[in-house]
Every structure is written in structure tokens, then in C-alpha cells.
Design a protein around this ligand. Sequence first.
Ligand SMILES: Cc1cc2nc3c(=O)[nH]c(=O)nc-3n(C[C@H](O)[C@H](O)[C@H](O)COP(=O)(O)OP(=O)(O)OC[C@H]3O[C@@H](n4cnc5c(N)ncnc54)[C@H](O)[C@@H]3O)c2cc1C
Length: 399
Amino acid sequence: MRVAIVGGGIGGLAAALALIRRGIPVDVYEQAQELTEVGAGVQITPNGARVLQALGLSAEIDRVGTRTRGKRIHLWNTGETREFMQLGDAAVERYGAPYLTFHRADLHDLLRQAVVQAAPEVLHLGRKCVDLVARSDSVDIRFADGSTATADVVVGADGVHSPIRQQLFGADRAEFTGCIAWRGLIPAERLPQSIDRAGGGMWLGPVAHIVTYPVRKGALLNFIGMVDRDDWRVESWNAQGTVEECLRDFQGWHADVRQMVEAILIPYKWALIVRQPLERWSVGRVTLLGDACHSTLPFLSQGANMAIEDAFVLARCLSQPGASPEAALLSYERARRERTSRIVRSSAEQVGRVHAPQLADPATAVAHIDREWERGKIDDRYDWIYGYDAIRVDLPAGD
Ligand SMILES: Cc1cc2nc3c(=O)[nH]c(=O)nc-3n(C[C@H](O)[C@H](O)[C@H](O)COP(=O)(O)OP(=O)(O)OC[C@H]3O[C@@H](n4cnc5c(N)ncnc54)[C@H](O)[C@@H]3O)c2cc1C
């Protein structure tokens, strides 16, 4: 069996590695001429880290990733602080795998190197897939440059705007949330003294919230500021805004927040769009993976983690002895759809917790935080996500 993966993002590369490790020949077709990632962070929670370890990357992720000590909650205007989560060794003890933060380019590069080391000819750059033609025993892929390729199975790991999803299932039902995300990196030396360089923070406010965490062993702090705003609808990793515009969105916030915003190297903005989970991911010998089939709001930091889990489960299904490719893909989607849909729904529900009118007034804010961020509720919200084990989860039959 030869598998073609369309898209060389975090999900596509993780899938390529998982298949190579199981001895399945694979090709990755990426539209970009060069493999690059944006200047931003990504959190790999224990459920994702467990998979990267199983792919033989334990030493690499420890070298390149940062083991965040923990996270604290801050109130947007007073800066009042409390503990949210202990991570570091506590995450390994509780979930059996570390909680790591990365510069996205470092994680992407680590996966690319592992793929190329294991199978040097696998990556094909400058190959934009424009059409798929399914036959009974293979799939032809057509590229924008006029070239073609044939594979036994095709995996669309082609991101949130997935052309393959559109070809299989038509236009999606995308809905703007009325919220945008500011993203940027801050050099540690430009941070206010009071900001923890070894841990993460979550600043909660009435119409916005901020997530920060260290990357590159604390040399940089990743900043994501999510704010209710309905005048920006572009879902792009590369759209830039200005520090002045970002500051306007955090007027009245604590001085530490304003100082962080002023120190952001390049502020990018991304419109948060929600899509209903798909009812099907596969048609015959073609399936989807990652954002292509379950793009999510970033409130639980699970988009890349789910793509990595998908990759491992897909490789397990395709390497099951005796299963036809069609049955293997059905088994994969049955194993994964319920969990990923639950994460997409739970991420959307998180909005009312992190942006809440009660947070406007310090008198009601503390009660809101006490209620919503009580230890037992935090455990209920996160344990099922971080404790998932893609290596051992049951694989349902595909026929
Ligand atoms: C603000 C923000 C913060 C986030 N933080 C986190 C986090 O902390 N943790 C986490 O787990 N997730 C996070 N995410 C989500 C995460 O970034 C995505 O879920 C993840 O990047 C999806 O990976 P992917 O491989 O599915 O898609 P992508 O990374 O989008 O890769 C798709 C690839 O396909 C290629 N492609 C597209 N079309 C074609 C074509 N026709 N032919 C060939 N190639 C094609 C593209 O060039 C691209 O390389 C965040 C998202 C946002 C917006």
C-alpha cells in the first residue's frame, strides 16, 4: 500500500512519520515551495506528547520544547492571581507524558527532520493538489503544475480551508464567532519583571482573554489575546495588525498586559471561525486529518494535538493485517470522530468561561472565578483530554 498525504503541516508530517514507522510507503505533497511555519507558539499537551514519544521523538521534544512549570490565572484589571494548573513533573505524574510548549517552526522542523531522516525522498514541495480522481483500486492526484501521482490511499491534511474536504463534501458551514485572536512573540528581556518566565498565564476579562506561555526555554513568551470584535474576518496565519490596534483592544487592562502588548515583535491577527464537526471524513480511499476535518477554536489548545493523535490512529488502522484500505479508513474515522467532535464543542463552550460580563466588576469577578475555576471542575474539563492514549485506544471495526 502506498499512501499520499496532501499537506505538509504538523498533521501531515506527523502522519507521514507514523506511517513510515510502521513500514508503509508514503509521499507528502505540499503546495509551498519551502516548508516554513509562522512565528508563534504551540502547546503540546500530554495527549500529543505521548504520541510524539511513541514516534521515537522523546529526546528531540525535550531538547526543543519547554516544560512549562504551570499556569496561573490573572484578573484582567487588578492582576489578582491564583494557581490554575501545576504542570512540569506534575503533568508527567498525572498523565504519563509531559506538557510542552514550542515555537511552531521548531516543532515543524523537528517533524520534518525525523521524516527526512527515515525516508529522504518522501517530501515533494511546490505540489499544489487541484483535483483527485478516485478509481476502484487507486486514486489519481492532479497538481497545479500539470503533474500527477497515483496512490492507494489519499489523506487530506490540507488545513482549515481544505480543498480536499470541499471536493469530498462540498462547501463547509463556517460561522464567524465575533472574536479575533492576536498572536505574537515577546523577547524575555522586554517583559515586565512581574511576568513569570517559566510558567504560563491566563488573563480573564469581560470581553477578552489572554494566554501566555514561554517558548525556547523561556527566551520568548508567546502571547495570544482573544477579543470580542466583529470587524475582522480573515482566517490567516500571516495577516498582520499593529501594536497600537492591539493596545486599543486591551484598554483599561492591567499595566503588565499593556507592557506585554507594547513589546510584541509582530502582532498577527486571526479571525476565529467555527465549523460544525463533519458527519463523515472518508469517501472510499480518501480521508481527512487535522484541521481539514475538525478545525476548532483554540480555547483548549487542541488543534495540533488532535492532528497528531489522528496521525497515530490512522497509521494503526492502515497497518492492521487483512483490512482493506476502505475498511481501515472507516475504522480510523470511527475511532476518532466522537473525541474530536467533543473537543470542538468543548472549546466553543469555553468562551463563556473566559469572557464573562461578571468579570467587569471586581466584586462579581472573584465569585465567577471561584465557581468556574474550582479544582474539581478544572480536572473534569482537562483530564479526559490530556489522559487520552492514541497508542492504545480501541479501534472499531471498519466494515
Ligand atoms: C491562535 C491559535 C493558537 C493555536 N494554538 C494551539 C495550541 O497551542 N495547541 C494546539 O494543539 N493547536 C493550536 N492551534 C491549532 C493548530 O495550529 C492547528 O490545529 C494545526 O496547525 C493544524 O495542523 P494541520 O496540519 O491540520 O493544518 P496546517 O498546519 O494548516 O497544514 C496544512 C498544510 O497543507 C498545505 N496545503 C493546503 N492546501 C494544499 C493543496 N491544495 N495542496 C498541497 N498542500 C496544501 C498548506 O500549505 C499547509 O502546509 C492554534 C490555532 C490558532 C489559530
